[in-house]
Design a protein. Structure first.
Length: 385
């Protein structure tokens, strides 16, 4: 009997590399025939090296790109029909729409969508919200199951009647808590890593891991850090994240000079040693406007770092306020600055938060729990198809 064939569909290679890689390897090791459909990108070579088949089909992330979307839909349909997959599993909104539609039309037995985070939120305008809800309803109509990584989105789906209750499954999210574990890194390693990065010993380090786009809260963070430097002039802001030029709200790194903080900021760009970089940080910050369920917060907590984040969907679920971190209003640079200053001023409390964050990660963020839930549900669907 042949192995069951699963196709994972995403728009960009960074989603595959940094969010789904462990999932792909899990299902491959379980004996599934695993394939990936994704736009061309440099990280796909790493996927191929794992023995996973990669089909490059460009899927634009723009909200409205009708010509490109029609071409992508046709290519997806033809590929799905040719390969005769048992299951097509889509991730993020545009692949969710095009991939689920194409899979349904192509006659794929099981079509599944994964909701990392809806594009709309409590501050989205009415018309924009209704548009996104309509798109999600169309995707859901094509699905046999919709997995939710975020409890708030799961509840929103029920409230807005986006997905039929019988087809909605909350499975949570997770990371490799053994990889992101501070005990892996000795004091000597951390000292050498700081030297490699050009960081002096004893300097308090605030870190962020996020794409360089405004919706990650970079403008508020830069303004807040300007205030932090008044109180802690030797503090350092360590920025890990790639430029995202496809996005309209892309942040030009040169803007740092306008805040006068360029001498106290290190821009590292896209990195694959994020676990090592977490080890040199004293605290983590993610002042986003919108999130699904942020992996970076889960990883920071697993690394026993106190977290400062915003009171938005996803972020507030990943942090226990005043226990594993501090939660501030979105787009509020003053509140953000004060929270960072409070943690820098109270290192004992910051360390306690970090330790409790590690415990939370062990209990709630272990990816092995997520994978088991997915496998159980997928096996049941395939058996009953």
């Amino acid at each position: 009997m042949r192995n069951h064939k699963i196709c994972f569909v995403a728009a960009v290679d960074i989603t595959i590399k940094f969010l789904l890689f462990s999932e792909l390897k899990f299902f491959k090791n379980k004996g599934y025939d695993v394939c990936v459909v994704c736009s061309p990108g440099k990280w796909l070579q790493d996927i191929k090296k794992e023995g996973i088949t990669v089909k490059e089909i460009t899927i634009k992330r723009n909200i409205f790109s009708p010509v490109s979307d029609v071409i992508s839909f046709v290519k997806l349909f033809l590929y799905f029909r040719k390969e005769r997959f048992d299951l097509v599993l889509t991730y993020t909104p545009k692949p969710g729409l095009l991939g689920c539609l194409a899979a349904k039309v192509a006659g794929v037995p099981i079509v599944a969508n994964t909701i990392f985070g809806y594009y709309f939120h409590e501050r989205t305008s009415y018309l924009k919200k209704r548009f996104f809800i309509f798109i999600e309803k169309v995707s859901a109509k094509c699905c046999d199951i919709v997995f939710f990584r975020n409890k708030e989105d799961f509840e929103t789906s029920k409230k807005e009647r986006i997905v039929k209750p019988a087809l909605a499954e909350y499975i949570g999210d997770g990371i490799d808590i053994e990889k992101f574990n501070r005990v892996r890194f000795s004091p000597d390693f951390i000292q050498e890593k700081k030297k490699e990065l050009g960081i002096n010993l004893g300097v308090p380090i605030i870190g962020i891991v996020a794409r360089l786009v405004r919706e990650k809260g970079y403008m508020e963070l830069l303004a807040a850090f300007e205030r932090v430097l008044v109180k802690f002039p030797n503090a350092l802001l360590l920025v890990v994240g790639s430029a995202d030029l496809q996005k309209k709200d892309s942040v030009d790194p040169r803007i740092i000079k306008s805040f006068g903080i360029e001498k106290s900021t290190i821009l590292l760009g896209e990195r694959i040693d994020v676990d090592e970089l977490f080890s040199v940080m004293d605290m983590f910050v993610l002042p986003s406007y919108r999130e699904g369920f942020p992996h970076s917060i889960m990883e920071a907590s697993a690394m026993a770092l106190p977290v400062v984040t915003t009171d938005v969907r996803g972020c507030r679920s990943a942090v226990d306020g005043n226990i594993t971190g501090l939660i501030v209003p979105p787009k509020d640079s003053d509140a953000l600055a004060q929270s960072l200053i409070n943690l820098l001023s109270n290192t004992g409390a910051a360390k306690r938060m970090g330790k409790l964050g590690r415990i939370k990660a062990q209990q709630e963020f272990d990816e092995r729990i997520l994978f088991r839930k997915m496998e159980e549900k997928i096996n049941k669907l395939i058996k009953n198809a």
